[in-house]
Design a protein around this ligand. Structure first.
Ligand code: SF4
Ligand code: SF4
Length: 198
């Protein structure tokens, strides 16, 4: 029988650890932001006096001859540590904790859809597939759970999927962030890389 997902007590890993994606050369990615969320995050940061760095993530265009995208499909909120880790909105002073005992999100009610969706990565009518890097999956050695209690995650992931739907003629660019630990080796310079030829 499928288990029900529950955050690991005291865990904040998904607000701290950032990964190299799609490979180390592209640098570490940040928290995915939909275009409409970029402005909201910038305003929150200004109000709360928090420094944020937001980079483009995915660009789109129609011509394979273009050297850069015509518009930006997705942005990303970069981590504050030198190696790209740690969300700028993570409360790290230890005075308050999240309901499961981890460090709290200081913009919880207004957090991006990507944070609301995590750790969900795909939706099925009854089974949810989770990101295998989530500490729950690491501890249970399983990334399949039942959908019970995941309605908010399902709604947020659906919103992201609808917002990022493009047809097969769309030309895609990925933004290399040049963010990561110098000891991890060579990275691409910051900028757009065409990732899909039409
Ligand atoms: S979603 Fe996963 S990684 Fe994030 S706090 Fe919960 S258990 Fe930890
Ligand atoms: S916005 Fe909040 S939930 Fe999202 S990564 Fe940052 S601290 Fe975590």
């Amino acid at each position: 029988m499928l288990k029900k997902f529950k955050c690991v007590e005291g865990c904040s890993d998904c607000c701290i650890n950032r990964e190299y994606f799609p490979s180390k050369e592209f640098g570490k990615i940040g928290v995915l932001l939909l275009p409409k969320e970029k402005k909201m995050i910038e305003q929150l940061a200004e109000t709360m006096n928090v420094n944020v760095k937001i980079l483009p993530r995915i660009g789109v265009g129609t011509s394979s001859n273009d050297s850069s995208p015509k518009s930006i499909l997705l942005y990303q909120l970069m981590g504050i540590d030198r190696d790209g880790n740690t969300c700028p909105f993570l409360g790290t002073d230890g005075q308050e904790l999240s309901p499961h005992g981890g460090a709290p999100c200081t913009i919880y009610d207004q957090r991006p859809a990507a944070c609301k969706a995590y750790p969900l990565v795909s939706i099925d009518p009854t089974i949810s597939t989770l990101d295998s890097k989530c500490s729950y999956c690491v501890s249970t050695k399983d990334n399949m759970v039942c959908n019970l209690g995941l309605s908010n995650e399902i709604k947020a992931l659906s919103e992201i999927m609808i917002s990022t739907c493009v047809d097969e003629r769309t030309q895609l660019w990925r933004y290399a962030t040049n963010v990561g630990d110098p000891s991890d080796g060579k990275m691409l310079p910051e900028g757009w890389i065409k990732v899909q030829a039409t």
